[in-house]
Design a protein around this ligand. Sequence first.
Ligand code: DX5
Ligand code: ZN
Length: 223
Amino acid sequence: MYRIAPSILSADFARLGEEVSNVIAAGADLIHFDVMDNHYVPNLTFGAMVCEALKPYATVPIDVHLMVRPVDALIGQFVKAGANIITFHPEASDHVHRSLSLIKDSGCQAGLVLNPATPVYVLEHVLDLLDMVLVMSVNPGFGGQKFIPQSIERIKQVKSLTDQYEAETGKRIAIEVDGGIKADNIASIALAGADTFVAGSAIFANGDYAAAIGAMRQQLERS
Ligand code: DX5
Ligand code: ZN
């Protein structure tokens, strides 16, 4: 039950609709949509209007990764724009429980994003509001960075927490990993406990999206 989520941050911005269609035809399970505000992270991408424009092309769920501060006003905009999953960084919200509740009350799936230095315990008191935890394996802001090896240990910590929660409540929380994922490290990331894999440059830098996604799936099958 593994999902591949291509990040369109590395797609051709002049042809985004076509890129979304092509990467879905190549086997994408989710479209990962990186929202950057040049405030929480030092880069600027796209907002809810672009998400809305891409919605007709997205025949799979849209996974919105908010790298913005403040968070709450944009949640409503992305809900209206057709987001299916919305994740944000706890450091960027003054009231994490309120922001998660806003997402859940809208009917979208909700998740928290852990930066490389963010302690896993921030999840502990909001597990009931989480559908997904997104573990950053690079510092947020740019595609094409190198996977930080210590991320493996952090994924294992998150997995042990979510497994314990599932044993107690029956509710499963997905674990997504984002940054520096390629065919040659995806198996070890899965082994640590991840089930959803964001990949930007590894897919879009390769002209053959189906081959790139296929190579990742082949590695996952072996893991
Ligand atoms: C980084 C973004 C990632 C990024 C991943 O802030 O959240 O989604 O696009 O890109 P790659 O796969 O190239 O590391
Ligand atoms: Zn992302």
